[in-house]
Design a protein around this ligand. Structure first.
Ligand code: NDP
Length: 320
């Protein structure tokens, strides 16, 4: 079978297209023929070594495929031939994967493979950010950085469905237009975004700032939060945030959190509940998916280059 392998960390060129034997299915695992593998920013952290993983490894933390074989006792909602998705697992950039039954999510028929893939990691992230990391209430103001990205577009739509207001940041006019088309009340560039947030909120600031950019935006994000508001740092697209002086939070008694999806899908019950919330949001028109790029498996390195060069919008997928 064909697969992508990283045997040393570094740039996108370290993603090698290789032939490998089909993996041996373990106890209480399913063997799955992959249809679509999702590309996520975290894959670039694994590839570059920012989030270290034992070498060699196959990147990719989510996908959708068909169960070919079941070993051991599977939950009653899983059958051979079914279409399932998975998220926060490893090794997805591959024609065939083996995964624990506990991590598999049945995909509703009405949702196609690409859409389902986008809704898994990025959709469930948007969901926990808007509901758990900070609970959006009507007319709450949220600042959503990288609003035209995979998480950003879904998060913006979902906040709007909960009655919140969104200021989105994005780097180009085209991206800002996309933010507005997806419901943002205001779309701005990164230059002096703090001033723009203050202007929009009559000096009050945002109830919550969602920041997946990290190092480049952190200081201004902190200034943009209103007293007793929340700063949610959920990613490091520009690099990790250096250690901070807690005194910086005192000015506005801010809640600072650095969440990660796996703790919000902590067992199969919560995983299926959140996935179904997101599928429902999609069918209600509250999380419409934009597929921003489709690549063949062997072009995974191109997908990483495009993502890191900020050339993309919405979800990137590898089609198997
Ligand atoms: P995106 O599609 O949002 O792509 C990243 C975007 O970040 C770019 O398009 C770009 O938008 C913006 N950006 C700003 N500065 C940089 C930079 N220096 N280099 C690259 N991009 C930059 O990616 P995802 O939706 O996959 O992920 C968004 C963030 O969310 C990432 O940080 C990711 O790690 C994080 N994440 C965290 C999760 C969690 O549970 N904690 C789960 C899922 C994602 P623009 O050009 O408009 O600035």
């Amino acid at each position: 079978m064909k697969s992508i392998e990283v045997s040393e960390t570094g740039g996108p060129e370290k993603l090698k297209y290789v032939d490998r034997p089909i993996p041996v299915i373990g106890q209480n695992e399913s063997l799955i023929d992959v249809l679509v593998a999702g590309v996520n920013f975290i894959d670039t952290y694994h590839r570059s070594g920012l989030y270290p993983r034992p070498l060699p490894f196959t990147p990719g933390v989510e996908g959708v495929g068909i169960i070919r074989e079941i070993n051991g006792t599977a939950p009653s909602d899983l059958l051979v031939g079914m279409r399932v998705g998975w998220v926060v697992s490893t090794g997805g950039y591959s024609e065939v994967v083996t995964l624990p039954h506990q991590e598999l999510i049945p995909i509703p028929e009405a949702i196609d493979d690409a859409q389902a893939t986008a809704l898994l990691l990025q959709g469930m992230t948007a969901h926990y950010l808007a509901v758990d990391s900070y609970n959006i209430k009507p007319v709450d103001l949220a600042l959503v950085h990288a609003g035209a990205g995979g998480v950003g577009l879904l998060l913006t739509q979902y906040i709007k469905s909960l009655g919140g207001l969104v200021i989105a940041t994005a780097s180009t006019d085209a991206k800002r237009n996309l933010c507005l088309e997806n419901g943002a009340d205001l779309a701005i560039g990164y230059s002096e975004f703090h001033e723009r947030v203050m202007e929009f909120s009559n000096g009050g600031g945002a109830h919550v700032v969602y920041d997946g950019i990290g190092r480049a935006t952190f200081d201004e994000s902190l200034l943009s939060v209103r007293p007793r508001g929340s700063l949610v740092i959920y990613g490091y697209a520009s690099g990790p945030v250096p250690p901070i002086d807690l005194g910086k939070l005192t000015n506005n008694s801010i809640f600072l959190t650095r969440p990660t999806l796996k703790h919000f899908i902590s067992n199969r019950e919560e995983l299926l509940w959140r996935a179904n919330e997101v599928f429902r949001a999609n069918s209600n028109g509250h999380m419409n998916v934009r597929i921003g790029g489709r690549y063949a498996l062997k072009s995974a390195s191109q997908a990483h280059q495009d993502l890191e060069a900020r050339r993309t919008t919405g979800k990137l997928i590898l089609e198997l």
